[in-house]
Ligand binder design. Structure first.
Ligand code: SF4
Ligand code: SF4
Length: 302
């Protein structure tokens, strides 16, 4: 039975996004993901638990936060593993420097729609719309379902970025409502996929085929790290999989970057950060050549 949920856990809503699909878009990042990719740049998205974020570089040491905090925590104490922080947000509200923030907050359909309605003009003039992202957005499919009803009423089109690791049966009724789907294939080798992400790739590859069978335009994205998946064997296997099962899908390679490191620090999770090597332009071009040689169309949104 399909369900609608009026509330969802939102990491962030990003306006004027030009990298998550056609035109100007608003990207809605929904919390929660079952994968634990070692290169993940959004560790705040792993769980739906509300979290305090501290941007150390913005702090001017005024201590207004410590005065407002019911636990009288100093900024340097807030993110410690033994912290007494209750994630109440009192410190966030008094920090004039925006050095503190809450990630993963509960929002209603109305909260989200109010913001989207403000951006609707930009969508109309640029051919944009909404892109659901995450985390893995389909973990909150009941919230997405409720939002899609409102978006359809306003004639706003929706795209989605998924890691592919979701329950197809639970979302198959809403998939045709998306104009375009981005799906990640992080590695074709099952064991390596488990090693680098903590999850089997079988569900992801099966879901890619099932989405394709519905006739929805699909872009396969590969976040590329030299040590992980940029070898010829993996790229050829991905290209062959696409040629056989998703012949009209296109491909985008996303080079690894280290921008996520600041996020780990701001969440007090620096011990979880793993550095990889960013591919050179030459390595990226070589990767694209492999897909071209298999007749696969290349796209670049980023
Ligand atoms: S209120 Fe903000 S700027 Fe002031 S000490 Fe706290 S975190 Fe730093
Ligand atoms: S979120 Fe609440 S408990 Fe945690 S540091 Fe801020 S004021 Fe203190």
């Amino acid at each position: 039975m399909t369900q609608l949920t009026n509330q969802g856990v939102v990491i962030q809503m990003q306006d004027y996004s030009i990298h998550d699909g056609d035109g100007v878009r608003t990207t809605l990042f929904l919390a929660g993901c079952k994968l634990r990719c070692q290169w993940c740049a959004n560790p705040e998205s792993w769980t739906q638990q509300q979290k305090l974020v501290f941007y150390r570089h913005k702090c001017i040491g005024c201590m207004k936060c410590a005065q407002a905090c019911p636990q009288k925590l100093m900024p340097c104490e807030m993110l410690r593993p033994n912290k007494k922080c209750m994630v109440c947000g009192a410190c966030v509200h008094v920090c004039t420097q925006k050095a503190l923030d809450l990630a993963c907050t509960l929002k209603s359909v109305d909260d989200v729609m109010k913001k989207i309605e403000r951006d609707a003009l930009f969508f109309r003039y640029t051919g944009g719309g909404i892109t659901f992202s995450g985390g893995e957005p389909f973990l909150q499919h009941n919230f997405i379902r409720a939002l899609l009803v409102k978006l359809e009423e306003l004639g706003i089109e929706s795209w989605v970025e998924t890691c592919g690791f979701f329950d197809f049966e639970a979302v198959k009724d809403i998939l045709p409502k998306f104009s375009h789907i981005f799906l990640d294939i992080k590695h074709m080798d099952r064991q390596k996929h488990i090693h680098f992400t903590g999850c089997d790739n079988k569900i992801i590859l099966d879901n890619a085929k099932k989405i394709y069978a519905l006739g929805i335009p699909i872009t396969i994205r590969i976040p590329t790290m030299v040590e992980v998946n940029l070898d010829d064997e993996n790229l050829k296997n991905t290209a062959i999989f696409m040629q056989e099962h998703l012949p009209n899908a296109d491909i985008e390679l996303l080079p690894y970057h280290e921008l996520g490191k600041a996020k780990y620090i701001s969440l007090g999770m620096e011990d979880k950060f793993v550095a990889f090597t960013t591919p050179t332009q030459e390595q990226m071009n070589h990767g694209y050549e492999i897909f071209e040689n298999h007749g696969i169309q290349i796209v670049e949104y980023r």
